[in-house]
Ligand binder design. Structure first.
Ligand SMILES: *Cc1c(COP(=O)(O)O)cnc(C)c1O
Length: 377
């Protein structure tokens, strides 16, 4: 089955008992047992719920994994994956990871002595130099947020394999339609499904897919023990979102191409960060490991004041955190999504105060361009 067909027919579809074409929302906590310990595969909805299970099967299919897991948010997914490790273990992470991933490592998991090093994972030498004898995993985000840096998944997977480490990939920006990290040797792929997978700004959720049965068993144990599961209503919403993920990504990418071309010709815009641009340092790698460059673009307008002016004057771009929705969104990472990263650290990373990030939606590209044109003027 090809990717587009998987989004419609993958996983568990419909309901065998009634013929319902849509998977029913099993709004249930517990299940009647025929005898003590004799049940039909479901006993309690933290452990397993048919609606969640249908979603978990779809994400496993889309990512070419052996099993999928749905969590109450992207951060719940990331935190649950981090619970695979022990006190004293060390994780190497992409340096400009999502602000929440940075925060949970530096303010929460540090309290349990889960050690970390933030590294520019687009540099293989930097990754190798960050490994120590306690390193157990490499956690990569590609493309990154908000600078759209690209990590070579195949090469990082080789480093992970050579050193007996797990490779974990946050695939939120690329989506399972454009990029399947498990195929390049990753062990675990995860998503903030709040973004493109949900796609309609109406659900907060996280998804994980794993490569091996062993990891599937370990992560199910953690999911059930820690309990950060996604409810049946939200699981259903995500399955609905997945049905149009391919179409949305194609529309988003077409719009993004036009907007990037407009920004490249605008004199008030300096640096543009988009892996689809040939001069982007990660362009060739992105083209090799993904079937598209996505809908996230960052660009610099020079100062915080100017960036705020643009945000005040746009009409169709909604000023909001988050990304990946049908509606175009606009933000200033330094003040919003990345505000939890200390200012000097942001400066080191290149997240300037004049940096604007847009998440392109599926409106008419001409309206979006007119909107940016007026706001930039
Ligand atoms: C939003 C986001 C997260 C966190 O997901 P939530 O659903 O907000 O908890 C993690 N990684 C990336 C890349 C994100 O954009």
């Amino acid at each position: 089955m090809r990717a587009k067909t998987k989004m419609i027919h993958g996983g568990i579809t419909g309901d065998e008992t009634t013929g319902a074409v849509s998977v029913p929302i099993y709004q249930v906590s517990t299940y009647k047992q025929d005898g003590v310990g004799k049940h039909s595969g479901y006993e309690y909805s933290r452990t397993g719920n048919p609606t969640r299970n249908a979603l978990e099967t779809v994400i496993a299919n889309l990512e070419n994994g052996t099993a999928g897991f749905a969590f109450g948010s992207g951060m719940a997914a990331i935190s649950s994956v981090m619970m695979l490790f022990n006190s004293g273990d060390h994780v190497v992470m992409t340096d400009d990871v999502y602000g929440g991933s940075y925060r949970v490592m530096t303010k929460v998991f540090n309290r349990f002595n889960l050690d970390h090093t933030f590294t520019d994972t687009s540099s293989l030498e930097a990754v190798e130099a960050s490994l120590n004898e306690n390193t157990k995993a490499i956690f990569v985000e590609t493309p990154t947020n908000p600078l759209l840096k690209i990590t070579d998944l195949e090469k990082i997977a080789a480093i992970a394999k050579k050193n007996d480490l797990l490779l974990i990939v946050d695939n939120t920006f690329a989506t399972p339609y454009l990029q399947q990290p498990l195929d390049f040797g990753a062990d675990i792929v995860l998503h903030s499904a709040t973004k493109y997978i949900g796609g309609h700004s109406d659900v907060v959720a996280g998804l994980v897919a794993v490569k091996t049965e062993e990891l599937a068993e370990q992560l199910h144990f953690i999911q059930n023990s820690v309990g950060a599961v996604l409810g049946p209503q939200d699981s259903w919403l995500l399955m609905r979102g997945i049905k149009t993920l391919a179409l949305r990504m194609e529309a988003i990418e077409q719009n993004t191409k036009k907007i990037v071309a407009f920004l490249q010709n605008h004199k008030k815009v300096s640096t543009i960060y988009y892996p689809g641009i040939e001069s982007h340092p990660g362009h060739a790698i992105a083209a090799k490991q993904a079937t598209g460059f996505g809908g996230m673009v960052s660009f610099d307008v020079g100062s915080e004041e100017k960036a705020e002016k643009v945000l005040e004057n746009v009409k169709y771009f909604t000023l909001a955190e988050s990304l990946g929705a049908v509606e175009s969104l606009i933000s200033i990472p330094a003040k919003m999504t990345h505000a939890s990263i200390p200012a000097d650290r942001r400066r080191e990373l290149g997240i300037t105060d004049g940096l604007i990030r847009i998440s392109v939606g599926i409106e008419d590209a001409d309206d979006l361009i007119e909107d940016l044109e007026k706001a930039l003027d």
